[in-house]
Design a protein. Sequence first.
Length: 552
Amino acid sequence: MIGLKASKQGQVKIKQARETRGWTVRYEDTTPLKEASKVLIEQHRMGNNWNPNDSRWLRDWEKLFRVEQNRDINAIKLKVLQSQQGSILERIENLIDAGEILAKDISYGTWSRFACLTTRHAIKARSFKAYCQILELDWQEIVEQTNLSPTPLLQGEGLSLHPPRLAGEGGRGGEVDSHQDWASSHPPRLAGEGGRGGEVPHQDWADAPDVPTFFGRDAELVTLKQWILEDRCRLVAILGIRGIGKTAVSVKLGKGGIGKTDLSLKLARSLQDEFEYVIWRSLLNAPPVTEIIADLIQFLSQQLSTDLPDRIDKQISLLLQYLKHHRCLLILDNVETILEAGNSAGKCKPGYEDYGQLLEKIGEVPHQSCLILTIREKIDKIERLEGKHKPVRFLQLKGLEASEGRHIFNEIGDFSGSDDEWKQLIEFYNGNPLALEFAAHHIRDEFAGDISEFLRQGKPIFAHLRELLDWHFARLSDCEKEILYWLAIHREPISVANLKDDIVSSIAKERVAESLRSLHNKLPLEKSENRFTLQPVLIEYITEKLIEKVCQ
């Protein structure tokens, strides 16, 4: 690889052309940098046949542009997305004109080395040619022909494959991150780019469940893809009661299924070609965070990084280096296993607090990757980072619609019932895919597929479904359980004031509003204006629990 520099005669021509345009080699004169940036962006557009609204302008942002004056790269990309004026390319050019971004390899340093008369230094060929073009000079007449200087920085005529240093990467406000020294002395051992330019991405699905079929969730998949591909979110949590379909969605964005796990799998499978690395891991058995971090680093380094630091903060820093240098999709399933129950819900169990630090850093620190979590309730460490225009988002899964729920039954057997009966059946179980699957097997085996007869004889809480709900009920505080009992007794929407009148415990009375907020994160409460109630299947379940409690 070689760099180019001007001959002595070429320098004279550069000076004449520069002065004709009134351009200087002063730091505050940014016009040449802006014009050269536009030249390189246009060359990239034509060379790759991109249209002005091509989503790859945003997807490959870190390869194409560098941010000026420590500006927030994600805030700038968000500005491009939110603007309604012109094409994506026109918005980018406006940012160049405003001095917020420049093309990669265009800087005051390269311009001064190109245009200065007193010294002659080689710069990258693409920068040299761009500067010649904005001065309307033939680069072959400007370049020194007999003494081309080698430079290890030159990456060829294409745009650099390595992302720029993101604003804020070394800490807030330009401060040096406390882990930076270790990470600098132990850089990631990058084992090839992978996954782009037609190469097969590196994937490790471990023991991810097979999801051969997938029903509904089209709107959720669209939203998740928007967040991950267009908004470039760093962390996305798929929330919902067990059986609602989180994993299937995550794998679909990466396999195919019917629930939260199903959704995550479906999501991941559909996005796998957009990432260099894809890895799925389950936290079902609550492994220590150091085990998960080591597993992730070994995969991302292709088993080359085995010498990990002792301190957890340095391990996280090393993992982040990979997430910055590569476009990675990480999926952690069953994250609720590391969380406390009762009044401490949303907090990590003793011994698992470092998971909070890991998730917090992945959400806070700029990088080009994405972590998907499937979880039954929110984690307080990352809840503060979530927002409509922030790089951390939560998606609360709801039940399937009646038409989607019927597909589950069709996969299991033949069933008969009117449209109203189908609607009543699916709404009773709130469209929960796992509950509907239990119901389908029960109706097929006990009622020969006759939904009418099943509804006439009552809608039972199956043993499997009871086990599912028992897990959630066991995680509730006494105050939360008392509220559920009263909601089940009323069976109709009730106001907070009426709830306070019903509740006997003085402590529970004081905590009604707080307990309702907490319950809403753990169970799918129904809310209409300022009134609350339970979904039908929960009313029946909580009624059973109340009877058991009274009979004890």
